[in-house]
Design a protein. Structure first.
Lengths: 142, 276
């Protein structure tokens, strides 16, 4: 058994106080489509202090309760929307399931892998970094 | 070292030495030492000739910035805890990065990423050294300076060397985390701070900003960070951005923050099949 490290009576002011929950993706963005094909995406980033994020319970298929953030609610801080243009080879007519049942598996099999690539590409943009940092810095002031 | 306490005499140049962190070389001299400047931040403290050039300086830190300003207010004042050296050992933007993927799960999925921080103390010559390391565990693949880590190997984040006289009494790791998930949906992200394993000491749980004695060489204390992602029918990415500061404290000195660094973790959950 590991020996517990001796603690000290000293107190230090805490300096890293950021405990944030940030969500973005197809639940918060708008897909701009032409003839059903996604051409561009208007991205919005939502952020909450973790302690005050709106939580809902979801009962899983194995009867476990999973608490997760209700991303549909208004955020404490919402980014300025920005538009990202979808590369030609990553455009699709498939749509996000929005957690509505029953799922269309054929649609999901097309949409979800593309969505994952969109997420990676959007995260790599300067605009995402700027807006994400803006959300964090605004949460820092609360 | 802190200035003498009352009723010992202190001079303006004693205060200047304390704020500068060292005296002047042979042939050097102080000029225009301002009591207001020493007491008020952003007001010039003094100029000094270092044998080479005349330098005008302002050091942040004061025992009392309100007028009237008095030399006596500096009794017992310590400007900063001095180190022999304070070196950042990693060269990437993050001190380390971890990733783990749960592919092809059906229904309910859960994935844990764990890594350890290890504080080790050693002696080099007559000096004492405190080095903070990051360590990959079996739960998650790590990268350090853009190279894959080996489980159980210690990778240095920050190395702080003190004289034995300046060896701090205690230290703390000050932690916060931003959890990001995309897309929104049936996902929960939780972070737990646990006692680490494999060293002479374990931190115990909930170690955020908990002050530990800085033990004399040679010891090691392990701290564990666990990120747990649970989801059902969720196909997406969760990231955890940990921000951690290494802080030292020694009686009579202000807290010394040796480093602030980030460690990021990415968890991919890829659901396939029927969503129940």
């Amino acid at each position: 058994m590991d020996t517990i490290a001796p603690t000290s009576e000293e107190t230090m002011a805490k300096i890293n106080d950021g405990f944030y929950t940030i969500i973005w993706g197809p639940g918060t963005w708008t897909e701009n489509r032409t003839d059903g094909v996604v051409k561009s995406i208007t991205v919005v980033i939502k952020g909450w202090l973790t302690d005050s994020a709106p939580m809902i319970n979801k009962t899983t298929s194995s009867d476990e309760i999973v608490k997760h953030v209700d991303w549909t609610q208004d955020a404490t801080i919402t980014s300025v929307p920005f538009t990202w243009y979808v590369p030609n080879d990553l455009q699709t007519t498939a749509t996000w399931h929005g957690h509505q049942h029953p799922h269309n598996e054929a649609n999901d099999d097309t949409y979800l892998p593309l969505m994952k690539q969109w997420l990676t590409l959007i995260k790599a943009t300067d605009k995402y970094t700027e807006e994400y940092n803006s959300v964090v810095s605004q949460l820092d002031t609360l | 070292m802190p200035l003498p306490s009352s009723p010992n005499q202190i001079s303006m140049s004693d205060i200047a030495v304390e704020k500068k962190g060292s005296g002047l070389p042979s042939g050097g001299y102080w000029q225009n030492i301002s009591l207001k400047g020493l007491s008020v931040n952003s007001v010039t403290d003094f100029s000094y000739y270092n044998g080479d050039a005349l330098i005008t300086a302002d050091y942040t830190g004061t025992p009392n910035s309100s007028a009237p300003y008095g030399v006596g207010e500096f009794h017992g004042y310590a400007h900063a805890l001095q180190t022999v050296s304070n070196v950042q050992n990693y060269t990437s933007g993050n001190a380390a990065s971890f990733v783990r993927v749960l592919p092809n799960y059906n229904g309910f999925g859960s994935l844990t990423v764990e890594y350890q921080l290890v504080m080790k103390t050693t002696q080099v010559g007559s000096n004492y050294v405190a080095t903070l390391y990051v360590e990959e565990t079996a739960n998650g693949l790590g990268a350090y300076n853009s190279t894959f880590m080996n489980t159980g190997t210690l990778y240095p984040i920050q190395t702080v060397t003190f004289t034995q006289a300046n060896w701090p009494d205690s230290y703390a790791l000050d932690h916060s985390v931003n959890a990001n998930s995309a897309p929104g949906g049936s996902i929960a992200t939780t972070t737990t701070l646990l006692g680490g394993t494999g060293e002479t000491h374990t931190s115990g749980s909930n170690w955020d900003n908990s002050t530990k004695e800085l033990l004399n060489p040679t010891t090691g204390t392990a701290f564990k960070v666990r990120h747990t992602t649970t989801a059902e029918c969720w196909y997406g990415v969760a990231t955890y951005d940990d921000t951690i500061s290494l802080k030292f404290i020694k009686s009579g000195y202000p807290t010394f923050t040796a480093a602030t660094f980030t460690i990021d973790t990415e968890v991919d959950l890829e659901h396939t099949g029927i969503c129940p």
